[in-house]
Ligand binder design. Structure first.
Ligand SMILES: [Zn+2]
Length: 317
């Protein structure tokens, strides 16, 4: 019997999973993302898919891929800010040719949202906002019981919602995008601003005394030791995070907001501050149900699990 394969293509690593009927992980493999070019990338993905299927003692029946960027309906990665060798790559066609099975390609955070919705922190509800906090911010949406891809496959780029038109420049070309404030990169930037203003001596000490070397992990490390300067930076970060979540809640009215991505490992340090800052910010807040803000449940596997489930869905269509 065939097995569903999910591949999560990242800027530095590629994770492959073989996923069973109930979404359980049967086999896992992780390899570095090749940098040589598009053909090498497709070869590596095909190899990982074949290897995890073999480890699960099955043939691949379908393949789903989560890719970091704008993926069109034909499975072409049209833009990939963090994967230069993947831009313009026909992932769907290239893998279908190599593996001889149906291949579904989506944005990686769209896949993660699907995974969390089917079998993670958002199961059982019809309207979900997944916010992936990494170097930047990615988004995945389930609206009215349907995964939202948009007219061209490009929905969910919530990190580039402008929250301050006079704010810091973003690599996308705009100024003051939400991810300049509320991502891992944004936390580091807020921390360096505080450090240079002399407001975070405990954080600067952890960065070797150099304000410009301050990163997000110095803030979380200092906050764990009870440093008040670090606490203030995390409250500022939570304020910006809540601002965007309130904007998105006004638009989509979700049942639940799921926070994913690497930053969520430290969410105990800032999730309550985010909830406090969020409360009262949506329109008519006193008259609407509370929207739970919860950490993701599937961790680093969310994208690959969701991709596998989307690949299987394509096979069944
Ligand atoms: Zn931007």
């Amino acid at each position: 019997m065939g097995v569903a394969i999910g591949l999560d293509l990242g800027g530095t690593k590629c994770l492959g999973l073989a996923v069973g009927e109930d979404g359980e992980v049967l086999a896992e493999r992780k390899v570095p993302t090749p940098t040589e070019g598009g053909a090498a990338l497709l070869d590596a993905l095909a190899t990982v898919a074949a290897e995890v299927a073999e480890a699960a003692e099955a043939e691949p029946a379908s393949v789903g891929v989560g890719a970091p960027g704008l993926v069109d309906a034909a499975g072409v990665l049209q833009a990939a800010p963090n994967l230069a060798q993947g831009a313009g790559l026909p992932i769907g066609a290239g893998l279908a040719e190599r593996l001889g099975v149906p291949v579904q390609v989506d944005n990686d955070v769209t896949c993660a949202a699907f995974g969390e919705w089917v079998g993670g922190a958002a199961s059982g509800v019809d309207d979900v906002l997944l916010v992936a906090l990494g170097t930047g911010i990615g988004g995945g949406l389930v609206v009215g019981g349907r995964l939202v891809r948009g007219a061209h496959g490009y929905a969910g780029e919530i990190g580039h919602m402008v929250v301050d038109p006079h704010g810091p420049p973003c690599p996308c070309g705009q100024r003051g995008c939400w991810e300049r404030f509320a991502s891992g990169g944004g936390l580091g930037r807020l921390a360096r601003e505080a450090a240079m203003a002399g407001l975070a001596p405990g954080v600067v000490a952890l960065a070797g005394g150099d304000s410009e070397a301050v990163r997000g992990e110095h803030v979380t490390d200092a906050a764990e030791q009870g440093d008040p300067g670090a606490r203030a930076i995390l409250d500022d970060f939570a304020w910006w995070l809540a601002l965007g979540l309130a904007n998105l809640t006004n638009i989509f009215d979700p049942d639940r907001i799921v926070l994913g991505g690497g930053l969520v490992e430290d969410s105990a340090l800032w999730i309550d501050a985010t909830r406090r800052s969020f409360a009262g910010r949506t329109v008519g807040a006193a008259s609407r149900p509370e929207v739970p803000i919860v950490p993701a449940a599937l961790g680093v596997r969310a994208g690959a699990v969701g991709a596998a489930l989307l690949g299987r869905e394509r096979l069944r269509r």
